[in-house]
Design a protein around this ligand. Structure first.
Ligand code: SF4
Length: 196
């Protein structure tokens, strides 16, 4: 696989804030707060390769490698559910609760697009399990979500080709939930820039 294929695990970071994506992917910044560490621990079991049969007729594959030559992305599904009738459904684990920014859906959709290219099967829906709320949220891969996911991947590639750190997000409420706020300093930067 080409080295320039983008890791699909960063799509939700990019959808949340391109500057956050830049810090994490290009500069390798990661702030280890309690939220991040809980996420690492909760992902450990899902990230152990293997499979098991849970509900009747459903085989669950863990940590499944996926790729798309068309989109030039690679990554892993935390879980892949395989139903007796042949349907496939990717499942992603997330720390916390479902956010209001809906950035996780694009990452899951990218997994589905990869699986469709790899298997030739149509994949209609997947799910995200949020540890914080212990809730499983179904995600339907609508034409709109598929389009947005493709656009995000294209924008990520363009950003990397430009090679410049993007500006702070205009959605400043997102900064309050961002673990990189002390590195990024959006408010301090805005204050400095507003000075005559
Ligand atoms: S603090 Fe705000 S602008 Fe900076 S990376 Fe986080 S979300 Fe983006």
């Amino acid at each position: 696989m080409n080295d320039d294929y983008l890791p699909l695990s960063y799509i939700n970071q990019f959808a949340y804030c391109p500057r956050r994506f830049w810090y994490m992917y290009v500069q390798g910044e990661m702030v280890e707060n309690a939220h991040v560490l809980r996420g690492v621990l909760n992902h450990e079991r899902a990230h152990t390769p293997g499979y098991e049969t849970t509900a009747p007729g459903v085989t669950v594959h863990r940590r499944v490698y996926v790729y798309s030559h068309a989109l030039r992305v690679t990554g892993f599904c935390d879980l892949l559910e395989e139903y007796a009738d042949g349907r496939l459904a990717p499942v992603e684990y997330k720390q916390g609760r479902q956010g209001k920014w809906h950035n996780d859906e694009a990452q899951l959709c990218a997994q589905a697009l990869c699986l469709e290219e790899m298997t030739g099967k149509s994949i209609e829906q997947g799910a995200i399990f949020y540890f914080g709320s212990r809730r499983r949220v179904d995600v339907h891969f609508t034409p709109q979500l598929r389009l947005r996911t493709g656009q995000l991947i294209t924008e990520m590639a363009h950003l990397l080709a430009r090679g410049e750190i993007p500006p702070h997000t205009e959605h400043r409420k997102r900064c309050q939930g961002c673990s990189l706020i002390d590195i990024c300093l959006p408010d301090e930067t805005a204050q400095l820039q507003s000075r005559p």
